[in-house]
Structures are given as C-alpha cells and as structure tokens.
Design a protein around this ligand. Structure first.
Ligand SMILES: Cc1ncc(COP(=O)(O)O)c(C=O)c1O
Length: 439
C-alpha cells in the first residue's frame, strides 16, 4: 500500500480541480491579508478573484475575524429548528433592509448551491400553496451556473456539470444564453444587442403553457461560465414576460450580490426586481460558509396563510443561521457600509473598464467584457485543445504573483472591492506579460 502520510496530497479529493495535474505541481496558500494571498514560502499573490468571487472586503479583515472569535466563545451552535439565537434575527433584518423593496423575508442556507435549491423549492411550494399545483416546470438558461445540487445542475446549463449525473430534475427547460450575439465583441458594460433572446420565453410558454411553469432562474450576470453581461433591456424583458405569464423570476445573485456590480445587488444596478434572490459568498465575505434566500413578502405571506400544517415550509439545514455565519455576516455588512465598498466599486468601474480593455491587443485575446468590478477576457482556444491555454495562463499568472480564475478559455477577474488603481495596473501588466509568454 502506498504511504498516505500526514503530508501526503493523496487523501484530499479536490473539488473542480484536475487533481493529478495539481498534485504533480501543487500551489498552496497558507495565509492572506487584504488584497493578497501568502504562500508557505512567504510570497505575496495579488488576489484578482476575491477568492472565488466571495472575499469582497478583502482577506482576514480584523473586524470580521474578531466577530467570529467572539461568537465562537459565546455560542458555538444552536439549531434554528424551533428555536434560534438573537444574531439570526438581527442578521435577517439587516439583510431585509438592504434587499430590493418587497424582498424582505430571509431564509438561511450554507452555500450558493443550497440557496438555489432552497429558492427552487420555495417557488414550487408557493405555487402549490396558492392553488396552482400544476405550475411545476422550472426554466433555467444555457451556460447558467447555479451550483452543484441536483436542482442547481438541472436548471444550470454547463454541459460537463450535468452530463455525468443522470436524468436530473424532470420538467426543466432552458432559455438560450446571451453570448456571441453579432456586434457585441469588446462591449463595455452592457452589450447593445441580444435583448430579444429573452423573448424565447414566449416560445417556451407556447410549448409548455404558462399553467405548467413555476419559475425562471437566471444569473443577472453569468459568472462561472465566463462573464456574460446581460444585453441592454434583456432582464427587463424577462421580468415583463414573467409578469405577463404569472411566472416567478429568480435572480441567482450569489456572485453579483454585495457590491460586485457597483451596487448592493444586480437587481438594484439594473433596476429589475426579481421575486426571489439567491445569495451566498459576499454575504459573509467568505469568512464563514453561509447562504441566504431573499423572498418577496407576497410569496412568504401566501405560504404562511396557505399552510396546511403548522410548519409552513418543510425545508431547512442543521446549519441554517449558524451563529458563526451570522456574526461574520453582520461584521461584513458593517465593513461594507463603513468603507463604502459598493460605491467604491462603482467609482472604480471606469478605471477598471479602461484597464481591462487596454488588453484588447494582448496576445491570444479575442474578446473582453466588463461590468462593476468584473471582467472576462476570452482567449482564442488552442486548436483541438480547448482550455489548455487558459490553464497555462492561470499557472503562469500564479507564478508571477497574480491569482486569476479561468473557465474554459476565459479569464474571469473579480478582485476584492478594496483594490486600488495601482493594483489594477499590476493585474493588467502581469496578464500582458503572461499572455505574451505562453503559446
Ligand atoms: C451564480 C452562482 N450560483 C451558485 C453558486 C454555488 O455556490 P456554492 O459554491 O457556494 O455552492 C455559484 C458559485 O460560484 C454561483 O456563481
């Protein structure tokens, strides 16, 4: 038997990772502070991805760390089934005061995936509670990423996240994605063309009938698939069509929430309010795992009034509203507010946009798109070897002191909102050098 000693890399089956490649040449992080990761040998790596789109206030912020430490010493855990703790109610109220008007009932989960499954289940249970039990169909979108639960991969549209896992949920259909519309290359902010892709919902309604459709779920800005910014007018049309056909609209704001797009939520930035919103990541600055679902008062109240049992929703997690998550979340909201980080993201957006688009003439680049403090830089794939160039870019960037994220042949950037202009320049200079070096 091979030795799996304490320092062996073998036992940890790493998520969404080419395990064999990684373990042949591991890149480890042992510390972090503000904009930087720190490697075991003491090198600083500038974090161009805010962890995984989640460390919006930067790493190891003392206020958040101390809040978690205090809470751990006072109340490590209490269930929220039939009881709870004061911070859970405070955190929910603080969130309800930030979310778009009407979306002020908060259900807690532990991750984005769980928020998505929770949102889908609430949508179905609500339709039933109001006497529309036939509305069971869920509509997602091609290239959508909604985490890895069976609900999320069913409405999601990333092929490899679905194809290995059986028949998934039944009664799911998909809208077309919004990428590749003629005239949209190198768009700055929202692209001009493609709002009419929302009209495909009319065709799905014609095909299935609105009486069978519970909800449409989309990411307002698709992140994990490689940064697809919604065309001008697209989300507005989706909202109007959902209203017309009495279908719920769910925004998966797991990455767009908490300042990423220069506002508290994409719903606010785009002026389009969904019926349900999925949250996670920046909710606690990733310092403790947490997710939340913001639900409209209408849905919530209908379920309270239409309940056929004392428990109105047969759903919940052992760690819903975990005390450490609530403490981390409240401290995180304080940091966002006190440092004006959402406004900071909006103020920095023009500089960020210009900096990102300055890479238009860098080697291998075939498209660039941006919004808020997000950018997608699409590379030409190597013939017959998709994703390889981007993986090499990732490794070379890390070795050059920059953490980026790659998905397919797209570099996705989403730095902490505390980034400054010199650090934006550092991202651009490092990327240009890396792209010129790799084939
Ligand atoms: C839009 C969206 N939804 C859901 C998720 C899943 O979140 P988690 O990995 O916390 O389950 C992600 C993660 O990247 C996401 O980007």
């Amino acid at each position: 038997m091979p030795d799996a000693g304490a320092n062996s890399l073998d036992a940890f089956w790493m998520p969404f990772t080419p395990n064999r490649r990684f373990k042949a040449n591991p890149r480890l992080i042992s510390g972090a502070r503000d904009m930087n990761y720190i490697t075991p040998d003491g090198r600083e790596i500038l974090d161009g991805t805010a962890g995984l789109w989640c460390v919006n206030a930067g790493h190891n912020r003392p206020r958040i760390v101390e809040a978690i430490q205090r809470q751990a010493a006072q109340l490590d855990y209490v269930s929220s089934f039939n009881m709870s703790h004061p911070l859970a109610f405070t955190f929910a109220s603080r969130l309800a005061a930030m979310t778009p008007p009407g979306l002020d009932r908060i259900f807690f989960s532990n991750s984005g995936s769980e928020s998505v499954d929770t949102a889908l289940k609430i949508a179905l249970a609500y339709q039933r509670a109001r006497g529309k039990a036939g509305k069971t169909r869920l509509i997602g979108r091609e290239r959508g990423y909604h985490g890895v639960g069976f609900g999320g991969i069913s409405v999601g549209g990333i092929v490899r996240n679905r194809m290995y896992f059986g028949s998934l949920l039944t009664g799911v259909d998909h809208l077309p994605h919004t990428h590749g519309v003629a005239g949209n290359l190198f768009s700055r902010g929202q692209p001009d063309h493609g709002a009419d892709l929302a009209d495909v919902l009319e065709r799905l309604v014609a095909l299935h009938d609105a009486s069978t459709i519970a909800a449409v779920i989309v990411e307002p800005v698709a992140g994990s698939t490689g940064v697809l910014i919604p065309p001008k007018g697209y989300l507005e049309r989706l909202r109007a069509l959902c209203d017309k056909h009495d279908i719920l609209l769910i925004f998966d704001e797991v990455i767009t929430g908490f300042g990423r797009v220069g506002a508290a939520f994409a719903a606010e930035r785009f002026g389009v309010v969904p019926d349900i919103m999925c949250l996670a990541k920046g909710l606690t600055n990733a310092a403790a795992p947490a997710g939340a679902v913001a639900v409209s008062r209408t849905i919530h109240d209908a379920m309270m009034e239409g309940a056929d049992a004392p428990i109105e929703l047969f759903h919940g997690y052992t760690y819903s509203a975990h005390p450490l998550a609530c403490a981390a979340g409240l401290a995180t909201l304080d940091v966002y507010a006190e440092e004006g980080l959402f406004e900071r993201a909006l103020t920095l957006e023009p500089y960020w946009e210009a900096a990102m688009h300055s890479l238009a003439d860098a080697r291998h680049v075939i498209d660039i798109r941006n919004l808020g403090l997000i950018a997608g830089i699409e590379l030409e794939p190597r013939p017959g070897k998709p994703t390889e160039r981007a993986i090499e870019a990732y490794e070379a960037a890390f070795d050059a002191g920059l953490m980026i994220r790659v998905t397919g042949d797209i570099i996705a950037l989403s730095p902490p909102l505390i980034i400054d202009k010199a650090q934006i320049d550092q991202i651009v200079d490092t990327l240009r050098a890396v792209l010129s070096r790799i084939d």
